[in-house]
Ligand binder design. Structure first.
Ligand SMILES: [Zn+2]
Length: 315
């Protein structure tokens, strides 16, 4: 059996054994250097059933004498491992943290870093999403330290100048969620693009937290325009890409949306449309696309269901 096939079968067995459980003890933090003082931290594979390729959301770390600037906070249960990885990069205090979006694999550790002295930035919409009692993103609820202190809307980017870098917090129109931000490191020529792009599993448009198909397509277009041909785009999950990789991804989203729209026009129900398996032409190009996704069959099923709900609603 091919190692990859074995891996996925083991992953499925793990999902069955753990329910949707995450094996936090098993997660290791892997560090990748992107520029002289910019690093990406990712969770190891095989411990997080929702993200089999790498546990939790990717973290960015800009280090230097002005203090550490971080993008996203991962799961709260592995903060000590994240801090240990940061300490291998540099001894400076963690001064700033920004969230790309509300989901717990990116925000659940917020309070831990804030209590170490980090000032938390995010979109105003993200703060509201964190406060919502039934949202996906409000774990661990109750601790006010998890909430952003500095918030911003859809205006010009917030700029931070530190460690010889210019960091732009770029508000993204409602895409993966209603409060997405891209983080651009101008000198490193890197943009962290959160979860409105992913290359492991089908796209996730979180309608319950304000995400939208239209916003996702707009976000991809805006990112394409902002990036230079050699700019490295780093998603919250999956591998680093360049702007040309956005084109087939956008085409895939548009293609599946068109198929769903046609079936809606024929009067098909959500269940019938999911059963029609309209992602078929893309499945071989979307690693992890047929793995289970939180709460709704495979990530392909979840994606089609989201498109149905949005297109049926005429939004
Ligand atoms: Zn995520």
């Amino acid at each position: 059996m091919k190692p990859l096939v074995t891996f996925f079968l083991l992953a499925l067995v793990a999902v069955a054994a753990l329910g949707q459980g995450i094996d936090y003890a098993k997660i290791e933090i892997l560090t990748e250097k992107m520029a002289p003082n910019l690093y990406m931290l990712s969770g190891s594979a095989g411990a997080d059933p929702g993200h089999e390729d790498a546990a939790g959301g990717r973290i960015g770390v800009l280090a230097g004498p002005d203090g550490i600037f971080m993008v996203d906070a991962q799961y709260a249960q592995i903060t000590d491992k994240v801090v240990a990885a940061i300490r291998k990069i540099g001894p400076e205090p963690i001064r700033f943290l920004v969230n790309t979006h509300v989901h717990p694999d990116h925000t659940a550790g917020n309070a831990n870093f804030v209590k170490m002295g980090a000032l938390l930035f995010a979109r105003e919409e993200l703060r509201e999403e964190l406060l919502r009692p039934a949202g996906r993103g409000n774990a661990p609820a109750g601790d006010p330290a998890r909430l952003p202190v500095v918030t911003y809307g859809m205006g010009d980017p917030v700029k931070l100048r530190l460690n010889g870098e210019i960091v732009d917090l770029i508000p993204v129109r409602a895409a993966h969620t209603g409060g997405d931000t891209s983080i651009r490191f101008e000198h490193a020529n890197v943009i962290m693009i959160g979860d409105y792009y992913r290359n492991f599993g089908y796209p996730f448009i979180d309608l319950n937290n304000g995400g939208s198909l239209k916003g996702m397509l707009e976000a991809l277009d805006a990112t394409y325009k902002l990036a230079a041909p050699d700019t490295r785009l780093i998603p919250g999950h999956g591998t680093t890409i360049t702007r040309d990789d956005l084109i087939p991804y956008r085409d895939m989203i548009q293609g599946v949306a068109t198929s769903v729209q046609q079936l809606i026009a024929q009067g098909k129900s959500e269940r019938e449309i999911i059963a029609a398996h309209v992602t078929g032409p893309y499945d071989s190009k979307v690693p992890g696309g047929l793995l289970p996704a939180a709460g709704s069959g495979t990530s392909a099923d979840r994606f089609v269901s989201e498109l149905y709900r949005e297109l049926k609603g005429g939004r």
